[in-house]
Design a protein around this ligand. Sequence first.
Ligand SMILES: *Cc1c(COP(=O)(O)O)cnc(C)c1O
Length: 429
Amino acid sequence: MRYQRSSALFAEARQYIPGGVNSPVRAFKAVGGTPVFVKEAKGAYFFDEDGNRYIDYIASWGPLILGHAYAPVIDAITEKAQKGTSFGMPTTIETQLAKLAVAMVPNIDKIRFVNSGTEACMSAVRLARGFSGKEKIIKFAGCYHGHADAFLIQAGSGAVTFGSPNSPGVTQGTAKDTLLAAYNDLDSVSTLAKANKGEIAAVIIEPVAGNMGCIPPAEGFLEGLRALCDREGILLIFDEVMTGFRLGQGGAQEVLGIKADILCFGKVIGGGLPVGAFAARDEIMKHLAPEGPVYQAGTLSGNPLAMSAGLAMLGELHRYPEVFQRLAEKTEYLHKGMQKVLDARGIAYQINRFGSMISLHFTEGPVVDFHSAAKGNNASFKKYFHGMLDRGIYLPPSAFESYFLNDALSYEDLDQTVAALEETLKEWK
Ligand SMILES: *Cc1c(COP(=O)(O)O)cnc(C)c1O
């Protein structure tokens, strides 16, 4: 049996860990079946505990943009570990990573490191509130900004997969300060801004949405949002946890040519170790403790191992900026291959793509927001997911997630993926 050991390991994990996992989407609830337990990984592939090999399209949900066990990152961590793993005191490597990030990302003067994307977004909103003296925020249905209370209001990804967009445990008091707009719908934002005039601290958005599948911003949408924020004195927060250091050196801001006021990072910036960060111009950042009154802290923030992984990763991306274009080309190649196979079968589908982010939706109409993403046929998605999995192609186990291509993927891997799709679809009537 292909997943025998994984099944046994999952059963054991479930005895000690809620649902057997430490982050819900890993449990395969949306697609059914047994999650595969990873044994090891290298480059574009990982191997499960049963010895099956997979071509990996999630790359740890984005961080491993250069592939698994990337030598410069592994070397940096290994060397650092010999010298002590945590101090709770300043080290030079924090400044080095901050300096490099500030050089790569447009429009920021200072950056504060935290331990996850969740922490980054949570702290960014606190900073926006502290800076502006206002309390409400606007978020978009289907956008995910981590699992802090203020964001679990129609969040994408796992939260949507589980059909509990408003998690129990989030208080009414918190929920009333989070206003919900529709992605790619500027009117929905204007309406909220009008009804809550002078009360909105910030709008937080994924500049290219990746937690309801991949949904690029419509022409003029972000420009309109920027103008609206300027008009109303609202801070614009770009949550670039997914897009930062993935769409380009300077992330979505650079690629789309739009300036945000506060930026959130995670995933790639940690090179596969737990790192998040938030950044802004000095005028805003100086409100943060210890310089200013907005409190934010962390025992393991700026941890030397995490910083060394991040520094090695960003260093590579800075030295070899052609990687972003190369990844986008691979993603386009995959898109075209999948398109050809799907068209030949006459299946209703939609493929969305931006840079190295791509997603396939089993629906007729365009997927431009949470509402249209939710129209996807989940029964088809399940069949597709498992058909691919059985052929050694690991896709995100939820229709509400983007795939993340990594640079270790070869054109041969992409061809194999398209061939697996063709085989999978043959089984459909
Ligand atoms: C992954 C993600 C987060 C949360 O990051 P964690 O490190 O999982 O806490 C926040 N925002 C976006 C856009 C993400 O993709």
